[in-house]
Design a protein around this ligand. Structure first.
Ligand code: BV8
Ligand code: ZN
Length: 272
């Protein structure tokens, strides 16, 4: 079964998958961390991928900042509206689903993600920790008051119809300032509780499964190092080389949607 299944992910030695599966099956305090790569096979472009359409001429890093929102709130708001519409149109892929089933096999584990999409939750994963916020959340740019979904979606409905260049963010009912998406922009601190939970999980983790991240954005990219310094092991899943390659215990070079189902099968084959 294992050999057949990952045939197309030729770059991965079944030996490595078996070794990683043995580590995961024996783990007592597993931790999973994901980046944009795990949602790529669902049709969500990664931050490395060129942007399309209206956004082709912008680097995500240039739009995902408080300065960009102050400079041009409509442009940034429409970018997030577009990403919300795209997210509503896609489904979790085999990689997301394998992680949800892995918890049934090795026990529930914290799943730390840099992604603002809800595909882990839609795949059935529990204990998802969003380090960089969530796309469907909104709050006031000034007074930080959460913006109630109803108001937001109603607003969004008529704004969606006006997606032309005039669509602007809704206004805060408390202070009248613009409403912003509840994501962490570059230069902004991560939500303290989420970071504290992720850091604590990394310090006590025995096996970290690190999937689909270029390990270039901090402080999230510190987590694998915290695991290794605490004596834990790191299994990386990525079709391309990353900044983590040299430190990872095992590198599984392939796509999450191919490697993770094979890894799950190998864990299930472990007679622990
Ligand atoms: C902060 C939400 C404290 C918004 C995001 C210089 C050095 C070090 C750090 C810094 C520096 N200058 C500035 C900083 C700090 C900065 C940072 O790290 N910048 C980087 C670019 C150098 N960090 C911050 O600003 C953070 N805050 O530091 O606060 C502070 C405060 C005040 C003043 C000073 C300090 C906030 C960071 C969070 C920003 N928000 N997202 C939104 O989504 O709109 S980050 C966003 O980009 C994502 O959440 C994610 O974290 C990141 C993208 O990284 P990845 O997920 O790894 O994705 P990427 O596209 O890069 O790579 C995809 C990978 O998948 C690739 O490796 C590819 O090979 C692989 N792949 C592709 N297909 C598949 C696959 N893998 C598996 N299967 C496949 N099929
Ligand atoms: Zn307000």
């Amino acid at each position: 079964m294992l050999r057949g299944q990952i045939a197309d992910a030729a770059k991965v030695k079944t030996g490595d998958i078996r070794k990683a599966a043995k580590m995961l099956a024996a783990s007592r305090r597993a931790l999973v961390m994901t980046g944009a790569g795990i949602s790529a096979e669902s049709g969500i472009p990664t931050f490395r991928d060129a942007q399309s359409g209206l956004w082709a001429k912008y680097r995500p890093e240039d739009l995902a900042t408080p300065e960009a929102f102050q400079r041009n709130p409509g442009l940034v708001w429409r970018w997030y509206q577009q990403r919300r519409r795209d997210l509503r149109r896609v489904q979790p892929n085999a990689g997301h689903k394998a992680l949800a089933r892995l918890a049934e096999r090795i026990g529930s584990y914290p799943l730390v993600t840099q992604n603002v999409d809800d595909l882990h939750e839609r795949a059935g994963s529990e204990r998802v920790i969003h380090l960089h916020g969530e796309l469907f959340g909104t709050h006031c740019f000034e007074c930080l008051a959460p913006c109630s979904e109803e108001a937001d979606t109603a607003e969004e409905k008529d704004r969606a119809t006006a997606t032309g260049s005039e669509a602007m963010p809704p206004r805060c009912v408390h202070c009248g300032a613009f409403i912003r998406p509840s994501v962490v922009w570059f230069g902004e601190m991560l939500p303290a509780a989420a970071w504290a939970e992720a850091e604590a999980a990394a310090q006590r983790c025995d096996v970290l499964l690190c999937i689909g991240t270029s390990s270039l954005v901090y402080p999230a990219a510190h987590l694998p190092g915290i695991v290794l310094e605490a004596g834990g092991q790191v299994v990386q899943v990525n079709p391309e080389p990353t900044a983590l390659d040299t430190r990872a215990t095992i590198n599984l070079r392939g796509k999450a949607g191919e490697i993770l189902p094979a890894l799950l099968d190998a864990v299930n084959e472990q007679n622990t």
